[in-house]
Design a protein around this ligand. Sequence first.
Ligand code: PLP
Length: 386
Amino acid sequence: MSEANEPDRGRAPIWRHTGFPLHSIAAAATAFEAERAFPQSGEPVYTRWSNPTVLCAEEAVARVEGSRWSALASSGMAAIDLALSIHQDAGDDRPLLIFSEVYGGTIRYAEAVLVRRRGAQVHWFRPQGEAFDIHEFERTLDDLRPKAVFFEPLTNPLLICVPARAVIAAAGRRGVATIIDNTMATPCLWRPLDEGADLVVQSATKYLSGHGNLTGGVVAGNDPELRRAVLEHRKHVGCILSPDDAYRLQTQLETLPLRFAAQCVNASRIAARLAAHPAVKRVRYPGLPMHPTHGEAVNLFGNRGFGAIVTFDLRAGRSGCDRFVAAVGERIGYVATFGDGASILTHVATTFGPQFDEGSIRLSVGFEEGDSLLATIATALDSIPA
Ligand code: PLP
C-alpha cells in the first residue's frame, strides 16, 4: 500500500478494488498459492476472497468480541449460514440442535434451507414455560448426540435468558460445538467465546453498527481451523461484506460501548415505569426482579446491563397498541428492526405470529435523552384505557 493509504486511527482506507494488481506471473502464482493454503493470509487478490478494508474491520470486531479472529458477512443471516454450513458435512448425519426461541428468520432459514433443501436433521429445544431447563438440555444432548447446538442467550421477543454457561459446558463435555447468536446481548453484556463457545454470530445490522443504516453480519471464533472453514465457505458463496460497509461498521463500532450502555440505562428506566402503569398488564425485561429469568440474567450479565429491548403487554389489547403507536408518533417510529440509535417499536403478534398476545409491543430502546423519552411513553400510556 502507498504511504497515502497508511491506516488512519487504526482504520484502513476504503479499498474498492475488485481485483488487486499482482504485477507478475511469479507474484500471482505466490499469491494464489498462499490463498489456497489459507484464505486471507497473503497479498489481496480478489475482493470476494479477501479485502484489506474488510480485514482491518475484522480485526477491530475481533478486539470487541475478545476473539482471535472474526469474519464479516453481508448480513446477519449470511453469518448464521456460514456458521451452520461449516457444521454440515456430507455423510455426517448427526443432527443440529437449535433452541426454539431464536429469531424467526433463523427458524425459517433452518426449515427452508437446512431441512428442505439440504436434508439436514434439525431438532428444536423448547423452554418449559418461560425458562430453559439445563437438566432437560443434558438429557436431550445424550439422546440426540448432535453435531452442534445453536442458541441466543437473550431471546427475542420474550427476553428469556438462557443458562448459557451451563449449556456451553454441557455441550463441551460431550464434544458438541456451540454456536451463539449474541446479537441481542452484544459483547458489551457477555462474551461467549471467553466461556468456551466455539463460534459467535452477530447481526451487525443491529447494535454493532447501531444506527439503522447498515446490513452486515459477523462470525467470530478462536479456532484457526474454524476460521479457515468460514473463510473458505464465504469465498465460495460470495457473502463477504462490502469494503464500504466494512469501513462504516468499523467506525460505528468505536461508539458501541457508549451507545449500548446508554440504551441499557434508558431501557431499565422505561421497564420500571411501564411496570408501574395501570394500562400495562405485563412487562418483560430481564433487569426486573419479577422477570422469570432475572436470576439467570444477573448470573450472565453481572452489573453490565440487561439489554435494550423491552416487551410489554397492554391491557387494552390490539386497540391499546394502535393508540400507543399513534400517540408516540414519529418520536418512536414503527420500524421492523431493533438496535437503532433511535427508539423504535413493533407490534409483536403482527411481526412474530398469532401465538403472541395481541396487546404486546416490542420496544427497541435508543440512546435519546432519557427523561424526554420517558415523558413520551408516559403520555402515550396515559391516553390508553387501563
Ligand atoms: N439474529 C437475530 C437475533 C436477529 O434479530 C436478526 C434480525 O433481526 C438476525 C440474526 C438476522 O440479521 P440480518 O437481518 O442482519 O440478516
